[in-house]
Design a protein around this ligand. Sequence first.
Ligand code: ADP
Ligand code: ASP
Ligand code: MG
Length: 398
Amino acid sequence: MQKYGGTSVADSERIAAVADHVARTVRAGNQVVVVVSAMGKTTDELIHLADQVSKTQTPREMDMLLSAGERISMSLLCLALADLGVHAISFTGSQAGIITDTSHMKAKILDIKADRLRKAIEEGKVPVVAGFQGVSTSKDVTTLGRGGSDTTAVALAATLGASVCEIYTDVSGVYTADPRVVSTARKLGTISFEEMLELASSGGRVLALRSVEFARNFNVPLHVRSSFTWEPGTWVKEEDPTMEQAVVSAISHEAQEVKITITKVPDKPGVAAQIFRSIADRGINVDMIVQNTSIDGFTDISFTAPRQDMQSAIEVTEKVAKDIGAEAVYGDKEIGRVSLVGAGMKSHPGVTAQVFETLAAQNINIEMISTSAIRISCVVRESQLEAAVLALHSAFGL
Ligand code: ADP
Ligand code: ASP
Ligand code: MG
């Protein structure tokens, strides 16, 4: 399985380079299935067009629109492959048998009926599948959420029993931090599924979170690498128990979230349940939650959510706040989250203290904290986010 991201197929030269690489892989005796993203910034441009013509942006029509991007790149790649004597055949998500739920723009894959792909492979053809899309149980075209082509590739790799899923992108692997922010970031040779899951869920957008979930659940090894240099990249795979684990493997950051605070919430059983049930019912993913100690029977609750869901999160929170007799709801967009991920954290005390000391030395205030067994995340002012990433990257010797 080979997946090519947007920059890898951004123009005709890139498509020719990708076609050449696919052709070489086929000639080396491999059976290959390709998944492509839309060319360059096509998806952003389509969203921009929709913004210009519509305020309502009906989700069904948005999916019709956005799925068009990947149709262009899949057919162009097949045309280029034909010139190289490779018999390639393109498939939309629907034709590839990717069945999703009905939740437009963030659909989840429920099933893959890969008969057409299997048949094409048996006939010696190279299937080229449009990433990021499927067809819902009610027969409408759906998309899988931004970055969803990774998920298409890994889910297909699992279904078809691919030996490896190569994710070709514009960096040469998974780095110790986003190389666009930290110029001294290092490429990792391997990273475990668990660590990659934490990285992907905390802003390391090199792989979409759902794709890593699939890879872990079906044990599909991923090889993240560059389509510009074609050099060996980073392997994402099951942890090797004989290897010593790094205390901190990588640092990620996320600047696309909001903090929502509800003040003077009556401190009694069931209130938090009511708030977060309403938010969940809107399909909003809440990340960090902080509740203060109560004073005189009242408390403040803050949580973070994706910035794109801000309007809807505030609306529903204001409604519940009224129902439960809380005082007010505030939204704060100027936040950023920095996270440290490392499997060795489990057995090393003192990481948290060192994180706090490092941020304090930079005069960076921590507004929220959350941890898992192998991750520490802090919310800081967005204006200080890059400084926090750089300071932590050097403090932990990455
Ligand atoms: P594609 O279009 O190929 O899917 P993306 O833009 O989705 O590419 O993902 C690649 C980008 O991820 C890189 O250009 C890089 O800026 C960013 N990135 C963030 N964190 C990391 C990291 N830890 N290692 C490598 N890349 C990262
Ligand atoms: N084209 C889609 C996006 O830009 C999917 C992807 O590239 O993975 O989000
Ligand atoms: Mg991507």
